[in-house]
Each structure stands twice: as structure tokens, then as C-alpha cells.
Ligand binder design. Structure first.
Ligand code: PLP
Length: 423
């Protein structure tokens, strides 16, 4: 009998990032896996010190909101700690059905389906709707879960350069000759850069080429538009987008995901989507919290929160620019005016510099996220800051002061950082 001399575990030992990871750990500058000791509020307790939280997706600040916590508690008391089975067999509770109905109403869609995570919502939708023979045209900046769903489906993947409409058009020209159905899938708000997809032009191209459109509203739902229904609402294309995906793990202050769209497509997912059928339903507390958060957003208390997070984003963006950092510009809207989304990236460029700057900010009492290659293009390392509706101006001012003082010291030691206009 022959045997292999190749150990499948070998890749775990020799992978290309191992050396960098080891060096960062040794220098105690690793920006990942840091531990939080309380809820993700504007100021958090992290590893023995108070830090201003500029690295959370808790955009409306609802994770510690009494109404949302009560929604989780009530669900826990009524339905217990877990559902121990899939939605299909024994894991559906009335809260799932209420949540699906209210999400469909919120999105102005015929129906909606709730998944256990947002990642599963993307994988379970794309992996089911697309099949070999179809073509999926995806922005290169799309979230990893979109790519995973596309790969799972074995449809032909035609990626186009981030937000480049000329490249999208070229891919659509090729896609129609592929011979199957065509789906365009984009993030409404891109998770690292915080920029919007040009949905008006994308909808026009989709109509011209007979393609369907799916938008991932993970960072748009509960943030943008008068109802907080996301980038499609803000850009006035709700009727022209076929499927809208969202997650509960950001503005909705919980964990889980959804897809809203035509009733027949949603029903097809309910009986065919493996990421829906072959996993346990989200725990009752998660479903109860998401439902309570959605009700806050749709109540008269919602609009001030939606306005608050965008005001804070603009305040932070402008403040960082005034202090000499390279931040993205506000994005013009087709209806006039412009918007700054709650994701405000600060371009650093070099990976190692980004990690050192992260550490200096952390020591100065500010937590931000760090995006290094391959999450961003080579030499595109950045600190991803994000705000909540519940940050107040004095707290943001303190964070900005920390950015200023850290910058002066950092540049004296490590050379200049990119300045405004470099993004
Ligand atoms: C754009 C985007 N889509 C999907 C997801 C996945 O959502 P979840 O964290 O709920 O699995 C995320 C978040 O991680 C995201 O940023």
C-alpha cells in the first residue's frame, strides 16, 4: 500500500504571514484579537484601560440600549438559551417570523429570510441563486462572504476593479455572451473604505444588459436613507435592486443576517439554501435583540440616531483632515449634497507603519481597526476608524487630540505620514 509524504498540516506552519505575525506579537504591536471587557460603547474598557472606541460597527450604539437588551432578555426567558436545530426542522420561533415580516416591510420588499449570520446570508443566497452556467459580476472590493458564495456556486466569476463603471460595463458585455443568467453583486457601502457603490449607474447598466442586482447593505442598513434602509434607499434605487442583504451584527446590535427580495426567490432560498437549512437557527436572545433594534430604528427614535451617526462621521473626518491625516472625501449624492459614511479610513500606506501607529493610538487611549494587505491593496494599509451615534463631541475631540499628539511624535521617529488629498 502506498502512502503520501505530504502533510496537509504543513501549510499551517509555513504560511507567508507567519513571520510578520510572529514579529508583531514579539514587539507587542499586534492590532488583532484584543479583548473587550464590556459592551462596545463610545468609551470601552480594554485590557485594563479605558479607550475611546473608534473601531466598532455598533453604528447606532444600540448594543447597550435598554430596549434592545430587554428584547434579548425577554426572548431568552421565553425561548431559552438555544434552539438546537435548523429553522426547517425545529428552530423557528415566532420572533423569526416577526423579524422576517418587519424586515420585508422596512426594505419595501415582498419577503425576507433570516439567516444565523450575515456571512451565511451571502453564502446561502449566492450559492443557491447562482449555478454553473450563470455569470456573477462582482466588485473587487466586495466582502469575503460574497466571494465565498460566488465560488461555492461554481458560476463564472467576472470581477471588476473597485467602483469602475467602465470595467463593469466591459464585464457585462462579456457576461451576456457566457450564455446563462447574470447577477451583479456589490457592497452598498464598502466595509474598509466606507465608500458607496454607484448604484444608480449600476442599475442602469443592469437594465441595459438584462442582469439582476444584489446589494450587500451590511454597512448601509441602519445607517443610510430616511428610513435607514440603506444605500439603495439613499441613492433612490430601491425599486431597481432585486436582492438586498443585511446583517444584524452592525447597526442592529446583534448577530444574524437577512436577504429581502421577491417572494418566489425568498421561498426558494427557504427550501434550497444549504447555509439556511443545515445550520442551527440564531439563538433567541440574538433574534429578540435584532427585532428590538429594528423597532427602535423604525420608531420616532430612529431618525435622530441615523442623523447622529452621520454627523459624528463628518465631524471625525473633518477633524482628522484638519490635523493633517489622509482621509476620504465626502461623497456626492445624485440628489445633491454629500455624505460621509460612519467608516472613516485613515490612509497610512506601509503595513508596518500602520501597525506602529495603531499601537501608539492604543497607548494614547484610542482603539481603531487596522487593515493591511491583503484586506487592502499593497501599500494601501490604513487605520479604519468608525463612529457611533452615541459618541459625543467631547469624546470625539479627545480622540482627535490623541491623533494629533501621536502624529507629531510618530513622524519625528518614523518619517511623514500621507497627508490630506492622498486618498
Ligand atoms: C459587507 C459585509 N458583508 C457581510 C458581512 C458578514 O456579516 P456577519 O458578520 O453578520 O457574518 C460583513 C461583516 O463582517 C460585511 O462587512
Amino acid at each position: 500500500m502506498s502512502s503520501t509524504s505530504i502533510d496537509v498540516f504543513a501549510k499551517a506552519r509555513g504560511h507567508e504571514r507567519a513571520e510578520q505575525l510572529r514579529a508583531a506579537r514579539e514587539a507587542d504591536v499586534l492590532p488583532y484579537f484584543r479583548t473587550l471587557e464590556g459592551p462596545a460603547r463610545p468609551v470601552v474598557e480594554m485590557e485594563g484601560a479605558e479607550r475611546i472606541m473608534l473601531g466598532s460597527n455598533n453604528y447606532l450604539g444600540l448594543t447597550g440600549d435598554e430596549r434592545v437588551m430587554q428584547g434579548a432578555r425577554d426572548a431568552l426567558e421565553t425561548y431559552g438559551t438555544g434552539l438546537t436545530g435548523s429553522r426547517l426542522l425545529n428552530g423557528t420561533i415566532p420572533l423569526h417570523l416577526e423579524l422576517e415580516r418587519e424586515i420585508a416591510e422596512w426594505m419595501g420588499a415582498e419577503d425576507a429570510i433570516v439567516f444565523t449570520t450575515g456571512h451565511q446570508a451571502n453564502v446561502g443566497t449566492l450559492g443557491t441563486i447562482l449555478a454553473p452556467g450563470d455569470t456573477v459580476v462582482a466588485d473587487s472590493g466586495d466582502h469575503a462572504s460574497i466571494l465565498d458564495g460566488c465560488l461555492l456556486s461554481r458560476a463564472k466569476l467576472r470581477p471588476f476593479r473597485h467602483n469602475r463603471l467602465d470595467k463593469l460595463e466591459r464585464m457585462l458585455e462579456r457576461a451576456v455572451d457566457d450564455g446563462g443568467g447574470v447577477l451583479i453583486v456589490v457592497d452598498g457601502v464598502f466595509s474598509m473604505e466606507g465608500d458607496l457603490a454607484p448604484l444608480v449607474q449600476i442599475a442602469e447598466l443592469a437594465e441595459r444588459f438584462g442582469a439582476r442586482v444584489m446589494v450587500d447593505e451590511a454597512h448601509g442598513a441602519g445607517v443610510l436613507g430616511a428610513r435607514g434602509a440603506g444605500s439603495a434607499e439613499l441613492l433612490g434605487v430601491e425599486e431597481r435592486v432585486d436582492l438586498r442583504m443585511g446583517t444584524f451584527s452592525k447597526s442592529l446590535a446583534s448577530c444574524g443576517g437577512f436577504v429581502a427580495g421577491p417572494a418566489d426567490v425568498i421561498e426558494y432560498l427557504r427550501i434550497q439554501s444549504r447555509a439556511f437549512l443545515f445550520t442551527a437557527a440564531g439563538v433567541p436572545a440574538a433574534v429578540g435583540a435584532a427585532l428590538a433594534a429594528l423597532r427602535v430604528i423604525r420608531s420616532p427614535d430612529g431618525p435622530p440616531l441615523l442623523a447622529g451617526v452621520l454627523d459624528n462621521a463628518r465631524y471625525l473626518r473633518d477633524g482628522l483632515e484638519e490635523r493633517g491625516f489622509a482621509v476620504v472625501s465626502a461623497q456626492p449624492l445624485p440628489s445633491g449634497g454629500d455624505v460621509v459614511t460612519p467608516i472613516v479610513p485613515v490612509l497610512v500606506g506601509d503595513d508596518w507603519k500602520a501597525v506602529l501607529l495603531w499601537r501608539a493610538l492604543y497607548d494614547a487611549g484610542v482603539f481603531v481597526n487596522t487593515a493591511l494587505h491583503p484586506a487592502v491593496p499593497p501599500s494601501g494599509a490604513m487605520l479604519r476608524t468608525s463612529v457611533m451615534a452615541t459618541h459625543d463631541v467631547p469624546t470625539l475631540d479627545r480622540a482627535l487630540e490623541a491623533f494629533s499628539s501621536v502624529k507629531a511624535k510618530f513622524e519625528a521617529e518614523h518619517g511623514p505620514l500621507p497627508g490630506p488629498g492622498t486618498h
